[in-house]
Design a protein around this ligand. Structure first.
Ligand code: HPA
Ligand code: ZN
Length: 326
């Protein structure tokens, strides 16, 4: 279709991608072998079969376990490089990725091992693939704010290498308000902030992320639609939502892609963007998310153009940094 051709041809950005969530089962096996780790699966197929989730938590349990094969700086480099090669194939020209340092430091991996591996790949991506990027350090919200402060202390010598701050992991029961002081400290350090909110959590969590954490984007945010005042405010400010359609279906936020509210978000004037979240677990990179939505939601050419433009509007590139595609 015309829509499909357009999606494939357009340069795109991605703004919601957990690098640990791009660990494909093939690489999981390869790294397990390289590092002498025994996996609780017999085959790549068995891993894929296990990726049948009921909700966010059932996914997170496997996602944190899978990340256990990442040990050396080279592992983090290889993981990030594989993702960037995929970006190249899909015409993703700019990407802003999350990493979860606590997932690794809590099992004895040094902060700088993680950071250096990812950073070196991003630099190579910039130089060899012409893909620009930003790196967002995300705090795990099921851990305490104090744990978050300890992680910020570990990051302090490397703040030049960190472009922003995020908040992810189990949403329900861990509202943004739990991290108000930590995010205030990050703001004082000059770091831009985003937070996952309104994925499984209520619209109140989106309000809290805006008012208490002073975020410049909301990750997911699809439940914002339940609150008319919030929708009005998001339309007025154009505070972006980084929507992840396949993720929402895999984690049962919506039953089917055809039921997703992406078109309604656009129709109400919100700056909704399309992203992949954890593509190795949810079965599609960003281009597949666009293609799936175009097919199942019957997106018009105008809607596709709007979504792609919203991505560029929502990204953190400065005017002078924009590449050949703008
Ligand atoms: N939500 C919360 N935490 C996460 C996600 C998500 O979609 N992906 C990886 N960590
Ligand atoms: Zn996410």
């Amino acid at each position: 279709t015309q829509q499909e051709a357009l999606i494939r041809a357009l340069p795109k950005v991605e703004l919601h991608l957990h690098i640990e969530g791009s660990l494909e089962p093939e690489m999981m096996f390869e790294l397990a072998r390289r590092n002498g780790i025994k996996l609780p699966y017999d085959s790549v197929e068995a891993v894929r079969e296990a990726y049948d989730f009921d909700n966010l938590q059932s996914f997170l349990d496997l996602y944190y376990a899978g990340a256990g094969v990442l040990i050396t700086e080279q592992d983090f480099y290889d993981l990030t490089w594989a993702y960037l090669k995929r970006c190249e194939a899909d015409k993703v020209v700019h990407t802003e990725i999350f990493f979860d340092p606590q997932t690794h430091t809590d099992r004895g991996i040094a902060f700088e091992t993680v950071l250096n591996g990812i950073r070196r790949a991003l630099k190579d991506g910039n130089e060899k693939l012409r893909i620009s990027s930003r790196l967002i350090m995300s705090f795990l919200r099921h851990l305490s704010e104090e744990e978050g402060f300890k992680t910020l202390e570990m990051a302090r010598p490397y703040l030049e290498e960190i472009d922003g701050i995020g908040l992810d992991s189990s949403e329900l029961g861990h509202p943004p308000s739990k991290f108000e002081r930590l995010f205030a400290e990050c703001k004082a350090l000059g770091l831009p902030r985003v937070a996952h909110a309104g994925e499984e959590g209520p619209p109140e969590y989106v309000w809290e992320a805006i008012k208490l954490l002073d975020v410049c984007r909301i990750d997911h945010g699809v439940r914002a639609l339940e609150d008319e005042k919030l929708v009005e405010s998001l339309a007025e400010t154009r505070l972006p939502l980084t929507v992840c359609p396949y993720s929402n279906v895999k984690l049962k936020v919506f039953d089917r892609l055809a039921d997703h509210n992406l078109r309604d978000l656009l129709a109400k004037g919100l700056c909704a963007t399309v992203n992949s979240d954890d593509p190795a677990y949810f079965g599609g990179y960003v281009q597949e998310n666009y293609l799936g939505c175009a097919r199942e939601l019957k997106l018009s050419v105008e809607e596709i153009l709007q979504l792609v433009k919203n991505g560029f509007e929502a990204c953190w590139l400065e005017e002078g940094e924009r590449g050949w595609w703008m």
